[in-house]
Design a protein around this ligand. Structure first.
Ligand code: HEM
Length: 521
């Protein structure tokens, strides 16, 4: 049956009116979100501003500037809010356990499989996290002989000798990639045990394989996070080079070889020394797999799920801690007076973190003593405040209608996010926020300090907070502690040290050359 022209015109007009209402009138004027200020008027009806800010790497900075000008809630796109504050932002959203969004699967699923970082559903996530969380507790890390073994091998056996000989020859050292390498090796040795540890610090082929594989995709993350289908299309027509996938495949293989090796070792029943114990992997394998001697080489239960978790851990460990260490060297090198003060504190350790040690003797101070040094902690806290390695928005889904950022009736399904970049630069909490000033953590009153700690968000908060934060503190404190016990540092040369404007970030110029000089006894 043919429709009359009048009915056709009416149908088209009604559809147009419906589209206009749903995509313009409702979001711009009627939705409860329409009252929330936006960085640009178009944010109320379309995500173009946000795509532009992400693509050109202005998002974190502009979100921060807009919070300063317009208050604690911003509408970045029709269904996405940025929040900045504790009581009406961090507390309800992150401590309240709002679930994650698909952003995490798009960006961080490995072997095509979810992992602890990517699960959206809280119940699945917490049952996975429970399996390994005890190995990541502070008391476990500080008393772990395997972690001590990793310090002995990686810090004292590899990193400090490199710095020591550079100090003797007067040659500068590029410390950014060296810090990624140290952070990876120190964590992987704890994760998989010494036999399956990595050696990115000394083995430049392994370093290139891992870091090239890891960073090859960095220029294309916009497509990967925002438009996965376009990302696939760009790959299929060669606009994203094939080496992005092949070099990533290399590091997936690198990780799974460690998993398979450690699995076979555990299954063999061999009595392992503390140094050889794959602390994190064994916990995951025992709980998620059968560990039967009949399991074949690569055929154990949950192989890819375990490997995906292990990859999530070691990839999270090396980049974040590596960037933090490099920024700590950078700022300390610009502040000799802070180096002096830090060294004074470090020399109170008994024994101090001296390198080299007398032949045949090796002794470290108790890890809890290193952990308790207030100025060392302040130096690293302040570095993480000014240069958070996860500065970008951490998106969560509003599960039910609620009030946030001073606005009521935020509908279920809205995506909300806080930015460490903006929280850490809130001037009422951190006066003179662009200044690197470790003393702010020492001189603050008790009340100020508790506010500063509520806004300090380098490791996130709530149920999805960083599981590796205690290991990161352990590894970074021993690194900075032993370097500044033995050396003074100055800057030789560097690329642009501005923090990249992205979800995960290090220095834009990706290069920091430092000169090390032995401390005069
Ligand atoms: C300076 C060092 C580190 C920083 C600044 C850091 C920061 C963070 C942040 C901000 C999150 C939350 C991200 C989000 O929800 O969007 C996170 C989660 C996570 N981090 Fe770290 N991280 C560091 C070191 C490590 C280390 C050493 C590990 C090793 C295991 C690790 C493993 C993880 C994992 C597995 C998660 C996901 C936790 C979950 O969803 O339950 N991180 N990290």
């Amino acid at each position: 049956m043919l429709l009359s022209p009048a009915v056709l015109v009416l149908g088209i007009s009604l559809s147009a009116a419906l589209v206009l209402y749903n995509f313009v009138i409702y979001p711009a004027f009627i939705s409860p979100l329409s009252k929330i200020p936006a960085p640009h008027w178009s944010c109320h009806v379309a995500p173009f501003w946000l795509w532009w800010a992400k693509y050109f790497h202005h998002e974190n900075r502009l979100v921060h500037e807009n919070h300063l000008a317009k208050g604690e809630a911003l509408r970045l796109s029709p269904g996405l809010l940025s929040l900045n504050g504790f009581e009406r932002a961090l507390k309800p959203v992150y401590l309240g356990g709002f679930p994650k969004t698909e952003f995490y699967f798009r960006g961080f699923a490995i072997y095509g499989t979810d992992n602890i970082f990517t699960f959206e559903d809280n119940a699945t996530h917490s049952s996975r996290k429970r399996i390994i969380s005890n190995t990541f507790s502070k008391s476990f890390v500080l008393s772990s002989p395997t972690a001590q073994g990793s310090l002995k091998d990686v810090l004292f056996g590899r990193l400090l000798p490199i710095l020591h000989s550079a100090a003797q020859t007067g040659k500068p050292v590029e410390v950014l990639e060296l810090s990624y390498s140290y952070s990876m090796d120190s964590f992987v040795q704890w994760q998989f045990g010494r036999r399956f540890g990595s050696n990115l610090v000394e083995n430049l082929d392994e370093r290139r394989l891992y870091l090239d594989g890891f960073f090859a995709a960095a220029p294309y993350t916009f497509w990967q996070y925002e438009f996965p289908l376009v990302n696939r299309l760009l790959k299929s027509i060669g606009m994203i080079p094939a080496k992005v996938d092949t070099s990533f495949q290399n590091i997936e293989d690198w990780n799974i070889e460690k998993c398979d090796g450690a699995y076979q070792l555990l299954k063999s029943g061999e009595k392992l020394s503390e140094e050889d114990t794959p602390v994190v992997f064994s916990q995951a394998a025992k709980m998620m797999s059968s560990m039967k001697s009949s399991d074949n080489e690569e055929g154990y239960a949950n192989r890819l799920a375990i490997a995906s978790d292990m990859f999530a851990h070691n990839s999270a460990a090396h980049e974040t801690s590596g960037n933090t260490l490099a920024y700590a060297y950078y700022e300390l090198s610009r502040h000799p007076e802070v180096q002096r003060k830090l060294r004074e504190e470090l020399l109170t350790l008994d024994p101090p973190l001296k390198f080299p040690q007398a032949p045949g003797e090796f002794s470290l101070p108790a890890a809890k003593d290193v952990d308790a040094l207030p100025y060392l902690e302040a130096v690293i806290m302040e570095t993480l405040r000014l240069y958070p390695s996860v500065p970008g928005g951490q998106p969560r889904l509003v599960p039910r209608q609620c009030s946030l950022g001073g606005h009521d009736n935020i509908p279920a399904g809205t995506v909300v996010q806080c930015y460490a970049y903006a929280l850490h630069r809130t001037p009422e909490i951190f006066p003179d926020p662009e200044r690197w000033n470790p003393d702010r953590w020492i001189d603050a009153s008790k009340e100020q300090l508790s506010e500063m700690r509520r806004y300090f968000w380098a490791f996130g908060s709530g149920g999805r907070m960083c599981i590796g934060s205690n290991f990161a503190w352990f590894s970074m404190k021993h690194n900075v502690g032993s370097v500044y016990t033995n050396f003074t540092t100055t800057i030789h040369d560097h690329g642009d040290m501005t923090l990249i404007d992205a979800y995960l970030a290090g220095p834009k110029g990706h290069r920091l050359e430092i000169k090390f000089e032995r401390v005069q006894e």
